[in-house]
Design a binder for this molecule. Structure first.
Ligand SMILES: NC(=O)c1ccc[n+]([C@@H]2O[C@H](COP(=O)([O-])OP(=O)(O)OC[C@H]3O[C@@H](n4cnc5c(N)ncnc54)[C@H](O)[C@@H]3O)[C@@H](O)[C@H]2O)c1
Ligand SMILES: [Zn+2]
Ligand SMILES: [Zn+2]
Length: 345
C-alpha cells in the first residue's frame, strides 16, 4: 500500500508527522495531491486541544488541516466534472444535500453540516480525500498558494459582497487573515473609504498594503472618535467585524451610521452586551451573520476577481514552509508577527 507523510493529531497531547497509508476515495470523493495548505485558527484550536476542539466531534487520530489546493489524482465513479490533472481548491463545508437549507440553495449552512478535517481527515499531507461536491476546479492562473487560502478569502469576500461596499465607507475590525482579506475584498469591490482596526502594528501595516486608507489601533486611539472624524461625523456605511473581540464588536456598532450594515464574522468566546435599541433598532442597522461561502456563487466571483487581478491575497501570506517545519508554522501563527502561514507538503 502506498504511504505518505501526514501531520496527525494522535492524542489530546500529541501531534506527529507520520507515515500513513494514502487514503482511497469512495464513489463520491476525489483523491488530490496537495500542493499547498494553509494554517487557520481552527488548526491551532485542534493543536492545543482547547474546549472548542474537545467539543467539536473530532475522532482521533485525525489528519489536520482544511484550507488547501491540489491536483486531482483520481475521481470516484459518481463524481462528475472532475478529472485527473484538474487543479482544485477545497470548500470545507460538507453539505448533506437533503435538508431544508440544502434544498433551498443554502448548502453552506446545511442543518447536518460536516467540516473537512473536523469530521474527516484533512489536508496537511501529501494526499487528501475530499468529497467531490467540495473540490472546486480553479484556473491554472490562480497559484497554489492563493488556491490554498481561497476558503478564508471567500468568507471575507462574501462579507464584503453582503455589505454592498461599492461607493461606501467600510470599517473592518480585526486584521487577522479574515480581516485582511476583507480589506482587500472591499477595495476590489469599490469601497471608497476603508478603515481598518487591529492591536497589532504588523497586521495594520499589511492592511495598508491591501487597501485600507486609515489604520486605527484601538489600544492607542479612540476608534469611535477616529471613525466619526473620517466620515464627517455620520459613522461608516458598513462594518465587517473580523476580530471576535467583545469590545471590538461593541465599538463596531457605535461606529455605524444610521441605516448602516454590519457583517458579523468573528466568533466571540462569550456572550456580550449590546444596546439593541440604540445600536440596532433606532439605527435600523442591518445585521448579517456570515458562516463561510455560498456554494458556489462566492467561489465564482472570487475566481473572477483573482484572475482579473482586482483581488490580491498574497500580502496576507507572510510565510511559506515545507510541512516538515509544521511546528515553526504553528509558533509563527500563534504570534501576530505572522499572518497566513502556508505549508507546501
Ligand atoms: N464566520 C466564519 O465563517 C469564520 C471563518 C473563519 C474565522 N472566523 C472567525 O473570524 C475571526 C477572525 O479570524 P482570523 O483567522 O482572521 O483570526 P485572528 O485571530 O488571526 O484575527 C483576529 C484579529 O483581531 C485582532 N484583535 C483583537 N482584539 C481586537 C480589538 N479590540 N480590535 C481590533 N482588532 C482586534 C487580533 O490582533 C487579530 O489580528 C475569528 O474570531 C475566527 O474564529 C469566522
Ligand atoms: Zn479555516
Ligand atoms: Zn443539508
Amino acid at each position: 500500500m502506498k504511504r505518505m507523510r501526514a501531520l496527525v493529531k494522535t492524542s489530546p497531547d500529541t501531534v506527529e508527522l507520520q507515515q500513513v497509508p494514502v487514503p482511497e476515495p469512495d464513489a463520491s470523493q476525489v483523491l488530490i495531491r496537495d500542493s499547498a495548505a494553509a494554517l487557520c485558527g481552527t488548526d491551532l484550536h485542534v493543536y492545543r486541544w482547547n474546549t472548542w476542539a474537545r467539543n467539536a466531534g473530532i475522532q482521533l487520530p485525525v489528519v489536520m488541516g482544511h484550507e488547501c489546493c491540489g491536483e486531482v489524482v483520481a475521481a470516484g465513479a459518481a463524481v462528475s466534472g472532475l478529472h485527473p490533472g484538474d487543479k482544485v481548491a477545497v470548500e470545507t463545508h460538507i453539505p448533506c444535500g437533503n435538508c431544508l437549507q440544502c434544498r433551498n440553495g443554502e448548502q453552506h449552512i446545511c442543518a447536518n453540516l460536516k467540516l473537512f478535517s473536523i469530521h474527516t481527515d484533512g489536508c496537511f499531507a501529501e494526499y487528501a480525500v475530499v468529497p467531490g461536491v467540495c473540490a472546486r476546479k480553479i484556473p491554472e492562473a490562480i497559484s497554489s498558494r492563493v488556491g490554498a487560502v481561497m476558503e478564508p478569502l471567500g468568507t471575507a469576500l462574501r462579507s464584503a459582497l453582503e455589505m454592498q461596499v461599492a461607493g461606501a465607507s467600510v470599517l473592518v475590525t480585526g486584521c487577522g487573515p479574515i480581516g485582511l482579506f476583507a480589506v482587500a475584498s472591499a477595495a476590489a469591490l469599490g469601497a471608497t473609504r476603508i478603515i481598518a482596526s487591529d492591536v497589532s502594528p504588523n497586521r495594520l501595516e499589511i492592511a495598508g498594503r491591501m487597501g485600507a486608507h486609515r489604520n486605527v489601533d484601538p489600544g492607542a486611539e479612540d476608534l469611535v472618535a477616529a471613525v466619526l472624524a473620517e466620515t464627517g461625523g455620520t459613522g461608516v456605511d458598513a462594518v465587517i467585524e473580523a476580530s471576535g473581540n467583545v469590545s471590538a464588536i461593541q465599538q463596531a456598532f457605535r461606529c455605524l451610521r444610521k441605516g448602516g450594515r454590519v457583517a458579523l464574522v468573528g466568533l466571540p468566546d462569550r456572550p456580550l452586551e449590546l444596546e439593541i435599541g440604540k445600536e440596532v433598532v433606532f439605527k435600523e442597522a442591518k445585521v448579517v451573520g456570515i458562516h463561510g461561502r455560498t456554494m458556489f456563487e462566492t467561489w465564482t466571483r472570487m475566481e473572477n476577481l483573482l484572475v482579473s487581478g482586482k483581488l490580491d491575497a498574497m500580502p496576507a501570506i507572510t510565510h511559506v514552509l515545507p510541512l516538515e517545519r509544521w511546528k515553526e508554522g504553528i509558533d509563527l501563527a500563534s504570534n501576530a508577527t505572522a499572518c497566513k502561514v502556508v505549508f507546501e507538503p
